[in-house]
Ligand binder design. Sequence first.
Ligand SMILES: NC(=O)c1ccc[n+]([C@@H]2O[C@H](COP(=O)([O-])OP(=O)(O)OC[C@H]3O[C@@H](n4cnc5c(N)ncnc54)[C@H](OP(=O)(O)O)[C@@H]3O)[C@@H](O)[C@H]2O)c1
Length: 296
Amino acid sequence: MRVAVTGSSGFVGEALCPALAAAGHAVVRLVRDERGGAGTARWDPASGRLDTAALGAVDAVVHLAGENVAAGRWTGARKRAIGESRGPATLSLCRSLAALPTPPRVFVGASATGIYGDRGDELLHDDSPTGDDFLARVAVAWEAGAAPLAEVGARVVHPRIGMVLDPAGGALQRMRLPFRLGVGGRLGSGRQWISWSTRHDLVRALLHLLDDASLRGPVLVTTPTPVTNAAFTAALGRALHRPTLLPAPAFALRLVFGELADAVLLASQRAEPRRLTAAGFAFEHATIDAALAALL
Ligand SMILES: NC(=O)c1ccc[n+]([C@@H]2O[C@H](COP(=O)([O-])OP(=O)(O)OC[C@H]3O[C@@H](n4cnc5c(N)ncnc54)[C@H](OP(=O)(O)O)[C@@H]3O)[C@@H](O)[C@H]2O)c1
C-alpha cells in the first residue's frame, strides 16, 4: 500500500515509518514545515490544506500528529494546542482527504486510553462509555474528526493507545534517570491502573490494523495485562536493580505538574483489549517484567 503518516517525526512515528517500509509499503510523511524532500508532502493542521500533488493517491493514512500531552505543565496555551491539534485538526485533515479524487480506503487515527477518563478498578473494553474530563473530551473529538472519511466509505479505525514503552522516548525515557538514581517510587497511592504496550508491539498492532479489514472503530492497543502504578514501579526497580522506596505524594505531583498530575499520572485505566485479541493479534511483550527486561 501507499501509506501517508502524520506525526511521523514523533516517538511512535519514527518507529512506524521504517516498519511500514520493511513490510513493503510505500511511505509518504505528511509534514507541517519545510522539511520537504522525497517521500514527504506538506499539510497544515489548522486549515487541513494538503499538497495533493506530492501526496498522490494513497491507500491508507496513519494519523499520529498532535501536541504532546505529557511534555510539561498544562498552561492555558498548551491545553488549547492539545485540543486544537486533535479534534479540529483531524476534522480538517479528513475533510481534505475525503475530497481527494481517490480518498484513502483506510484511516488509522490515533486515540488514547485517556478517552475513558479516570476509572479506578473498572475493567474497560473497546466499547466502554467514554469519560468527560478534559483529555476524554479531547479524545472523543479526535475520533469524531474522522467522520468525513467514514462518510465516503473509508474503513476508520481508532487505536486507543495506552502508555507506550521504549527507552528512546515517552514515559520510560522520562522515568529512567530518577529510577537509576534510586529516587523512583510510586505515584500517589500507586493503585491507579496503567494500560501499556511496548512501542515495538504498538507498531506491530498498527500494521495489523492497516491490514485487517474486519477491524473498525475503537480498538484498544494495550496488552491484556495492565498493571497498577505500584506494580509498574516495582517492576521498573527490579529491571534496573534499584530500590523504589520514595513515593511521590499526589499533592506534590499536583504542585509540580498542576492539572497534568491528575489527568495523566494519577488517572486509572484498566483496559482489556477484546477486539485486538479476538482478531488474533498477540503481543510479543505481554507482561511488564518481560517488556522491561527486553527494553532495559
Ligand atoms: N507515547 C504515548 O505513550 C502515547 C500514549 C497514548 C496516545 N499517544 C498518541 O499517539 C500519537 C503519537 O504519539 P507520540 O508519542 O509519537 O507523540 P509525539 O512524540 O509527541 O509526536 C507527535 C508528533 O505530532 C506532531 N505534532 C506535534 N505538535 C503538533 C501540533 N501542535 N499540531 C499537529 N501536529 C503536531 C509532530 O510531528 P511532525 O513534526 O512530524 O508533524 C510530533 O512529532 C500522539 O497523538 C499521542 O497523543 C501516545
